[in-house]
Design a protein around this ligand. Structure first.
Ligand code: GLN
Length: 535
């Protein structure tokens, strides 16, 4: 195929309708039909990337192999498709403007007045086609963040208009909308959808498909009404009913023939039905567990579950694989101290200490590590959670009084977690974190080696501070081993306590690589260890 086809997914009426899940579900249906698909997200905010956004505001920051800090929807894309994304898959208005302004400063526009149309829209247009032009994909799905009608979305909607105008046979527009149920009237209401479609049409974009989020089935007469007033084929009115889990959505979209309607519009062929056997098996195992475990997730952003999205999804994947329901107990680390710990963590079959930044809540995390270590409860520490395990060991086993991470206490006598010299230099130049995929050599005979079944692994990073190798010998003599080492830098990537049944701290973020097709082995084994502990 010469060039890719494009599907644009817009949202109307309200935010949070699940554009990311619909995009990922459509993509997985097309992928099951043998098409090579990728999904990209264009976000209308002015931050250059979501790396600096507060997790409370925007949920987790997802990290790609190439070290891009991206929107959490990219996590859904990877989890559904099992295909890695990259920097090119997430673009924000901030990045678009930054690049246009840099070009202006360089004189690239030859003295022309630089304007939203055409300069910003041209920049967006270029970026929307980068992945399509690689030749790696048959279909590129572009999710437009925000809600149509918002001022911020206008340049994106205009760009979509232009692309549809330039390539009428190669583009499809899917509009996700809300069809609310008014209980007083006992009716589903189509008016909000009509208005949001009208607002798109006023901008010159004519949706080909309506995906209608609804709490009740939409009957034939509503489908006809929506089709007539919104100018779409009746078959292109797709019901998206509230689902028990997001992993039900591909099946629901298949039943509604979303893939066929989109392929028809793009002029792409298909035959027969999509084969979702593997996917259905995953969902069946998820919904029919044979066991259950309770695992504590100790973190400081627990009020907003989206802040740990990839971790909770990785547990869902593991739970299907092990056929063991995982009851995640979200525990605020600030509530943990030596008085509350035993009671709060009572009955936990496993304890996970989450990633994070800064001082707040760190003492509670240290208490949680201690509780897991002393009571032989399976423990997984991720990034800051691994740091906590190293600090706790220093204080309570090595008797390093006041040992800490230089992140929390620059003046500590025992900086067991510290910023490495090289990293300090980078900091001064502006790029501050170790980001993206790094190689790690795994020690034979360790839990990590058994879990991965491999001598070398690649995992994604997002942090500034590292295990301070100056203390490694003392740690190993006292019973905490480095079982994963970065072959290029010698940095410690995994620590374990062989005396303990299952105690693993990882400097990287395994959760970013867990997918439906490949649940992450660390999570799978952590759940198995927790189950073993329970019985
Ligand atoms: N705050 C720690 C660091 O910067 C850990 C980061 C994390 O948990 N992602 O090194």
């Amino acid at each position: 195929m010469a060039s890719a086809k494009y599907v644009f997914v817009t949202g109307g009426v309200t935010s949070s309708l699940g554009k990311g899940i619909i995009s990922a579900s459509l993509a997985s249906l097309l992928q099951s039909r043998g098409y090579r698909v990728t999904i990209q997200k264009f976000d209308p905010y002015l931050n250059v990337d979501p790396g600096t956004l507060n997790p409370y505001e925007h949920g987790e920051c997802f990290v790609t192999n190439d070290g891009a800090e991206t929107d959490l929807d990219l996590g859904h894309y990877e989890r559904f498709l099992d295909v890695p994304t990259s920097q090119a898959n997430n673009v924000t208005t901030g990045r678009v403007y930054q690049s246009v302004i840099e070009k202006e400063r360089r004189g690239d526009f030859l003295g022309k007045t630089v304007q939203i149309i055409p300069h910003i829209t041209n920049e967006i247009k270029e970026r929307m086609q980068i992945l399509g032009r690689t030749g790696d994909y048959d279909v590129v799905i572009t999710e437009i963040g925000g809600t149509v009608g918002d001022m911020e979305s206008l340049p994106y909607v205009e760009t979509v208009r232009q692309l549809c105008w330039e390539m009428p046979d190669d583009c499809a527009v899917v509009h996700l909308t809300l069809v609310p149920y008014l209980s007083a009237a006992g009716e589903l209401k189509t008016k909000p959808t009509q208005h949001s479609v009208k607002s798109l049409q006023e901008s010159g974009v004519f949706p080909d498909v309506l995906v209608c989020r609804t709490e009740h089935h939409i009957n034939d007469s509503i489908r006809r009404k929506l089709a007539l007033f919104c100018n779409v084929r009746k078959e292109a009115v797709i019901e998206s009913i509230d689902a028990e889990t997001i992993y039900d959505v591909p099946q629901l979209m298949k039943d509604e023939c979303l893939d066929k309607v989109v392929l028809d519009k793009l002029g792409l062929g298909y035959s027969g039905e999509v084969d979702l056997t593997k996917w259905e098996e995953f969902v069946f195992n998820l919904k029919n567990p044979k066991d259950s475990v309770t695992i504590a997730l100790v973190g400081k952003y627990v009020e907003l579950k989206d802040a740990y999205k990839s971790i909770s999804e990785a547990f869902i994947h593991a739970s299907s694989k092990v056929r063991c329901k995982v009851n995640l107990q979200w525990i605020h680390s600030e509530t943990l101290d030596s008085n509350t710990i035993a009671n709060t963590l009572k009955g936990m079959d496993g304890i996970l200490v989450a990633p994070g930044f800064g001082q707040r809540g760190i003492d509670g995390k240290l208490e949680a590590v201690r509780h897991a270590r002393e009571n032989n409860i399976p423990f997984l520490g991720i990034c800051l959670g691994m740091h906590a395990s190293v600090i706790e060991f220093a204080r309570n086993v090595l008797n390093y009084d006041g040992a800490h991470s230089a992140e929390m206490d620059e003046a500590t006598a025992f900086p067991v977690i510290d910023m490495m010299e090289e990293q300090k230099k980078i900091t001064n130049m502006g790029g501050t974190m170790r980001l993206g995929s790094c190689e790690c050599e795994v020690l034979k005979g360790s839990i990590a080696h058994a879990v991965y079944g491999s001598d070398t692994i690649n995992e994604r990073h997002r942090h500034r501070y590292e295990f301070n190798s100056k203390y490694l010998e003392a740690y190993e003599a006292a019973g905490m081993k480095a079982t994963g080492i970065n072959p290029k830098t010698g940095l410690v990537e995994i620590v374990e306590i062989p005396e303990h049944p299952w105690f693993v701290g990882v400097q990287f973020h395994p959760e970013y690589k867990s997918t439906v097709a490949n649940p992450h082995p660390l999570f799978v084994n952590f759940v198995k260890a927790s189950l073993k502990h329970k019985s």
